[in-house]
Design a protein around this ligand. Sequence first.
Ligand code: GAP
Length: 452
Amino acid sequence: MTSKTMEELVSLCKRRGFIFQSNDIYGGVKGLYDYGPMGVELKNNLKQSWWKSMVYERDDIEGLDATILTAPDVLKHSGHEDTFSDPLVDCKSCKSRWRADQLVNQACPHCKSKDLTDPRPFNLMFKTSIGPVDDGSNFVYLRPETAQQIFINFKNVLDSTNRTLPFGIAQIGKAFRNEITPRNFIFRVREFEQMELEFFVEPGSDDKWHQYWIESRYKWWIEQGINKDKLELIEVKNDDLSHYSKSTVDIMYNFPHGKEELEGIANRTDFDLGSHTKNQQEFDISSKVIKNNKSTTKLVIQNIANKKWFVPYVIEPSAGVERGVLALLNEAYKEEKIDEKNSRIVLALKAHLAPIKAAVIPLKRNNEQLVNEAKSIKSNLQKIGLGRVILENSGNIGKSYRRHDEIGTPICITVDFETLENKTVTVRDRDTMKQKRLGPNELKNYYEKYFN
Ligand code: GAP
């Protein structure tokens, strides 16, 4: 087994339909990627696994799916209009633009010139106009994080579910950032998805819950198949903390290009609800909130014991779907020697994340009986509802195995002439490459056990 490079991952992703450069036939747009037939399944499986662990398997978290287009008032009071920027420099020689904090030796990465402008803040939010008049006065932002819609829906969710603290609101959705230098494939892009939880707690219990979520999220990534040796928890230094955070711990992963953030777990205190609430002066808010005389709603909860209304603290685990996909691909990609002459690439994804759960392969593509039998097996397995099952009718068993090893299909089922006689099939395991013969009931049991 050899270690892989980013180039090998990019090549596999294109070859096998995971990820394509977006707008490719018109030259492509930097920092945008499309997810192909395998990529969309992998992404969906990862999101589903997160949702299951956050919403279905707990009794203290509700889901939300709010809009991407966001009113300027929201991002003004969240602090994004003023502070969500990166320092930008221009190279006076080649006219390229760079993030000042990512320069090596203060030189232009393109032409190596040191003749650069002073850094100036560059706001990362995308704007678009809304309504029929496009004169700049009616604009909205494309949200830079999914979190703000959770905060502004706090009261709606609270009132409609009768929750008490602690409780959380989970959301998965797109976020947009006009990154100055998108790079490292899908690691830093301009359009991406976040899986975010805002977990509301009593002030004073925030440190305990922060620690709880750090441990819980770390464990979850290991359950998805990330090797613990490639993960590290790093406390963000005070100078690097976001404007809303009292303390943040990043889950770092050893990506092919280096160790970088996979997920951040922040203690956002009462900053966000405190900044968005109506009548801020009525409440004992501990953080330095942004003055608000526009909000129509008090974002508070009542203390049952002393009847006082207060602004809860919030702990936020925030993970990027794309970074998760890149880490999982990196973990799963293996090049293995089969014998003296042959090797194979195999994507050893955990079964619940595999884009295709099983491929049913008729031995001969033009034999109607074999194909019909394979179709019927496919349809029966599909009905079990554990993910996508496909009919792989290429007529070449070797090629089919190679393709399914590379996309990470855990089970290949071959339908041959013996199947027509006694209904047994050959089942091949992706990881061991071992094959066994199973009858119809055995196949169903084997399949269900494998994915449950
Ligand atoms: N609501 C908190 C928040 O947005 P963040 O650290 O800016 O915090 C959270 O982003 C996560 O979103 C990161 O850990 C990362 O996984 C993902 N992310 C952020 N910017 C990204 C980008 N440009 N491309 C891909 N993923 C990104």
